[in-house]
Design a protein. Sequence first.
Length: 260
Amino acid sequence: MTSGPLDREFGGLRVLVTGGTRGLGAAIAHRLESAGARVVVAARTPGTGTPAGHFIAADLTTADGPRELAAAALDHLGGVDILVDNAGAQTRVPGGILAMTDDEWLTDLSGSLLSAVRLDREIVPDMITRGRGVVIHVGSNAARWPQPAAVAYAAAKAALHTYSKGLAGQVAGQGIRVNVVSPGVIETSGLTRRLHELAERSGGDIDAARAEFAETFHIPTGRPGGASEVAELVAFLASDRAAYITGTVQVIDGGVLPTL
């Protein structure tokens, strides 16, 4: 990728972010756009607020969705220099993992693994032709620390981590870098609502609610992470500052997971 001042680090580069209208995806899209990138965001619906970039509606849980998105994104941008596969699906079944049906398993596998595999298959060959490109998969600490109600999601993310390593090794010699960003507990809109509910029950102190939540999840830093912090890590990995980093899983979780 190009070098230069950080506020224009991605000037002229073309970016596709899936799941890009809210939460982590929106933060990533805003971060890259603010540094000069031309951004396309994809999701099932546009979301609320002021989304970054050009929106394309896409359902990546279907076999045809990634192909249709790739065609629309390539038509709009003319190519993709940075692909951020952030879309995901998480099915929670109260009865636990043994109560999950095949359809529920396939929902998580399609949404959190095959969506990335299929989209990469459409986008990466053009990167190879041009001899450059960056792919960043948004994984999850659940891959190493599965929660009982969401084991299928965790299994899909673990498979995504392994797939990413394999893809990175295959395309590194052709100028393509592939890395995984693996977030822990990150405060997006859903968690913010939950924290405000906690705060209302304990005198309205949102910082105290964050500390209580962090203690429950044994987060050494004493707070959940911020979406902007994840976006900053993605921006680093997408840049020339990370030119020698590929095939890695970059954990951002406040110190929760033990070192391997």
